[in-house]
Design a protein around this ligand. Sequence first.
Ligand code: ADP
Length: 249
Amino acid sequence: MKDTEGLIVENENLKKIIKDRSDFFSITAHKLRTSLTALKWTLRMFLNKDLGNISDEQKKYLEKLIENNEKSLLLINDMLISNRENNNSSVKLNVTNINIIELVEKIIFIFYGELKNKNINLILNKDENSKLQVKCDEEMIIGVFENLIENAIKYSPNGGEIKISIKKDEKSNGVLISIQDNGIGIKEEDTSKIFSKFFRAPNAIEKENTGSGLGLFTTKSYVDKNNGSIWFESVKGEGTTFFVLLPTD
Ligand code: ADP
């Protein structure tokens, strides 16, 4: 029989093995996600005929590829999330000062193809006079705005309009970011479930049959972990505005 000291050492070794595996998993999954995201936008450029004409048969194959790529991306996101959620040791925040305007502009650029594809006009109102920095985990904040902007595009009509505003919030001394769309909106009876794991409202399923219902759940958990707050206002059929308040110190 092992003595207590032996068991403690063994326990520590096991913890280290679990942490190393989880870190390896996380790094590999992030790399895969980056490649699949790049592939997604390239395939969409082909489909939008940005790179030249395509035949109906090529279009059919491209659509299938995009659908499968989307499924793989969702799977990787789910794996990353559950890895972080189940393994508290890897949910350490890496807090730095982030220039929030620059970060949001970079994310908008990622969605350039998608915005063009749906002919959506995106307007960015930024507070030019203030140096708007937030003190947060950058990777999590990227996840937050990727998800909110992707949803705004996904649930907007062709030719819609998205307004993003970034300004200092005098009351809390934080930075308030809002993302407003004129899309499908959220029904009053669904509002309490919007941040729940796996929830997708019926009008969202009808518009977009691909989706995991994990995006806003994760988004809220990231905002909470960074001592921020997130809420929304919506009218079904008219549009939705998500608000994110992030700390500056
Ligand atoms: P997904 O978009 O994969 O369904 P999310 O967790 O990102 O999952 O969002 C959960 C649900 O919240 C969506 O299915 C939809 O019902 C609703 N939702 C999120 N963003 C918007 C939006 N901009 N407009 C309307 N509904 C939205």
